[in-house]
Design a binder for this molecule. Sequence first.
Ligand code: GLN
Length: 537
Amino acid sequence: MKFIFVTGGVVSSLGKGLTAAALGTLLENRGLKVALQKFDPYLNVDPGTMNPYQHGEVYVLDDGAETDLDLGHYERFTNVKLTRMNNLTSGQVYQTVLNNEREGKYLGKTVQVIPHVTDEIKNRIHLLAEKTKADVVITEIGGTTGDIEGLPFLEAIRELALDVGYTNAIFLHVTYVPFIRAAGELKTKPTQQSVAKLREIGIAPHVLVCRCERPLDKELRQKISLFCNVPVEAVIEEKDVDHSIYEVPLMLQRERVDDLVCRLLGLHTPVANMAHWQEILRKLVAPQHRVRVAVVGKYIGLQDAYKSVYEAIIHGGIANDSGVEIVRVDSEEIEKDGAAAKLSGFGGILVPGGFGERGVEGKILAAQYARENKVPYLGLCLGMQIATIEFARNVLRLNKAHSTEFDLNTPHPVIAMLDEQKRVTKKGGTMRLGAQSCQLALGTKAAELYGSFVINERHRHRYEFNNAYRERFEKAGFVFSGLSPDGKLVEVIELKDHPFFVASQFHPEFLSKPHQPHPLFRGFIAAAHQNTHGRAV
Ligand code: GLN
């Protein structure tokens, strides 16, 4: 069993997760079985209780774990199936250690960061290795070298490398080489300092992945090599991508990082065949068609809040050989200026998931605009609830219809809390979470797109369609195209007499990959294309 530890230096947001995922892709394509794991040094048990402004998207796994968005990159770039074992936070580590202490498992010892906390961290790496039987476990440590809260994780991986031997574990440090405009130069000092910081705690990186805006020339590579004590071929350039994050695996392959890693770990494999990635990239760089779609949300300014949604839209584009321009529209601006002012001219309109009342009325206006003007609409989770409320108010004329999430006293609670949720008092990990199966109805757009009647999709919500209203909706042309196997929960809806108006209570965006675009996104972009160009692709 081999281990690769990925750390980050200088600044956050360097794309360590992407680098780890891209390395995973390359190793998988060399025929290795890979496991990917993320450690987050914060004290929240999971990111599920964090605001998108704090954390970006919460990525949900099949088993219902609410995890860091880097796990989304892992699943999109590789074939790994992740579970809650793949994301560990300091909060979870301390929770386990404290429970052990209360149960008397430490046999009277003083419980300390070293060895108890660090042992628990090491345990979690070994457990994943044993469970997945992977050839290589890639563990990414969140945060930046020098953070106080990251220290126990760094200590744990230092010890683990010592335990398993240096031919079985390597350290890959992702660092930043800034371009200083005034000097017209790339600067290596921050990298030198962050490597020095790592060495202070006993970790000497084997590979330095240098994030930069400009190419790293030979001289700079030699300088970094000399000052950071790594061979020059282990100084890897990872320049900002021109077109897409899906370039990263190909970029790293050109830098031969996978060759190097395999050599260091004594893994003998053929070179990675990346032909299918090249084809994906071709479609991204030079697509046959172009469409524009609007994403209507309230965290529009935030790059990471709807990460998987944006990625899945791009995958839908790949499936249709279409470049997609995604325009983020703030739902509160629709409230101010009206839907026509903000939404005309788009091939399609997408309303993603969300919580809380702010901006909801703007989203309802967006759904109404899409329905009335026959603009393709894809609703995700809250986006399905919004479509329901809009239909209730404007087609069924149910005055003040709403979700009880936003108006407890609405005369028409067309979206209401799940019964099982009414007893829940704790906030963390208590929603309807994870993969559940759903039955699709014959003759619906959903069944046609999936090409199947039974699907499995991931959930994260507390509210549902209120069955007391089902008949009234159905009579008016609102189609319940997907239901839970017992028929009790509405999972997918669509509209008759509309080119594409589909919405799901689940989050299809979590299951889309560039090489396996999700059927709903494929269908949405095809419809957006047809709307824009007047013909099907
Ligand atoms: N707020 C809604 C609910 O809890 C929708 C959640 C979501 O979009 N993820 O049901």
